[in-house]
Ligand binder design. Structure first.
Ligand SMILES: CC(C)(COP(=O)(O)OP(=O)(O)OC[C@H]1O[C@@H](n2cnc3c(N)ncnc32)[C@H](O)[C@@H]1OP(=O)(O)O)[C@@H](O)C(=O)NCCC(=O)NCCS
Length: 171
């Protein structure tokens, strides 16, 4: 488990995928900027079993209650991250801390020089989470994903190892 100040991060167990399925089937959880999606427990289990080098973390309260997710998705030469927090826990700095922890974890644990996140340009909360954590806006992939009936742009952010301020956490 990775211990933070307000929250902890811990790897999700296969037996907990029902929590993810329930969250992701709820459009209030995925929010207005992400595609609407519906999945069965079976399809979540299949994704989990085929996750390869992907790592799925729960963001938890200090009492262990899951309140969000962070996904780590290694690509050729860099790592992509994604995240979401349950509605009740938003606006309290939860995701900002989760991303700070994940950046430390990835640069401390993996031989990588770049972490990337891709967002909907309207998702200002997500943009804030990234810029607060030292990510730079790099560019726009025009009409690159289909969501809620229209093609939308994706904005790519990244942080390079050289730009990382060094570990914040004393793990
Ligand atoms: C995006 C998301 C993960 C942010 O999580 P969170 O825990 O609420 O984020 P934090 O509280 O750490 O920080 C959010 C920051 O954005 C700001 N913010 C929130 N809503 C905002 C808005 N509409 N416009 C501008 N800034 C906004 C907050 O004030 C805060 O900044 P501050 O720390 O300077 O006050 C959460 O809103 C979420 O789960 N959304 C649905 C899923 C999603 O969109 N995931 C991201 C996909 S790229």
């Amino acid at each position: 488990m990775l211990i933070g100040e307000k929250i902890n991060l811990r790897l999700m167990e296969r037996s907990e995928l029902n929590i993810v399925q329930e969250w992701e089937n709820n459009s209030l959880f995925t929010g207005p900027y992400e595609p609407i999606q519906q999945s069965t427990l079976e399809s979540q289990e299949k994704l989990y079993d085929e996750r390869g080098d992907n790592e799925w973390f729960f963001i938890t309260q200090k009492d262990g209650e899951p309140i969000g997710l962070v996904f780590i998705n290694p690509k050729s030469g860099y790592i992509n991250i994604g995240y979401a927090v349950v509605e009740d826990a938003r606006g309290k700095g939860v995701c900002s801390e989760a991303v700070r922890m994940i950046v430390d974890y990835l640069f401390l644990r993996k031989n990588i020089v770049r972490i990337q996140a891709s967002i909907n340009p309207d998702n200002l909360a997500s943009e804030k989470v990234l810029t607060k954590n030292g990510f730079t806006r790099e560019g726009v992939l025009r009409q690159s994903f289909y969501s809620r009936g229209v093609y939308r742009d994706t904005v790519v952010f990244s942080i390079l190892r050289d730009e990382w301020k060094g570990p914040y956490y004393n793990w």
